[in-house]
Ligand binder design. Structure first.
Ligand SMILES: [Zn+2]
Length: 146
């Protein structure tokens, strides 16, 4: 029930599914789950999760020869995956970690604003000239503003 969007009924369904599987499946699943944090890192440049290889600290999107003059800011890892799969963008990325929480007292504590400012600062020395915000409009934040 601690997974996002999973209620009591869905959680029970997962448990019953696991109980119906053979021991080998459940042991393999538990092992892969425990390996997740070891094998998946967060990119030091764009902050997406990626499969770590050796001592590298950046994902393949950040180490590729992508156009470093343009930076696309997205909300989540899945948004970045969607844009990458489309093949319509050839620049660099930054995963903000959420939409801009305009009603929060300290928005920077909810998303990676400081990291984005640092990334833009670093990028300008590498030829960055354009930042594109590819974020969804948050109607609820505006509606609740009063
Ligand atoms: Zn990256």
């Amino acid at each position: 029930m601690k997974f996002p969007g999973i209620g009591t009924r869905q959680a029970k369904r997962f448990v019953y599914f696991l109980l119906a599987q053979d021991t080998r499946f459940v042991e393999t699943f538990a092992h892969e789950l425990s390996e997740l944090k070891k094998n998946i890192g967060q990119c030091a440049s764009c902050f997406r999760y990626y499969e770590r290889r050796g001592t590298q600290t950046q994902c393949d999107a950040c180490t590729s020869d992508a156009d470093s003059s343009i930076l696309l800011v997205v909300e989540k890892d899945t948004d970045m995956d969607t844009v990458r799969r489309s093949g319509s963008y050839a620049g660099r990325y930054f995963v903000l970690g959420g939409t801009i929480p305009v009603l929060e007292n300290d928005p920077a504590s909810k998303i990676r604003i400081r990291e984005l400012v640092a990334r833009i600062g670093q990028g300008t020395s590498e030829g960055l000239t354009e930042v594109v915000l590819a974020l969804s409009a948050n109607k609820n934040a505006l509606k609740n503003r009063g």
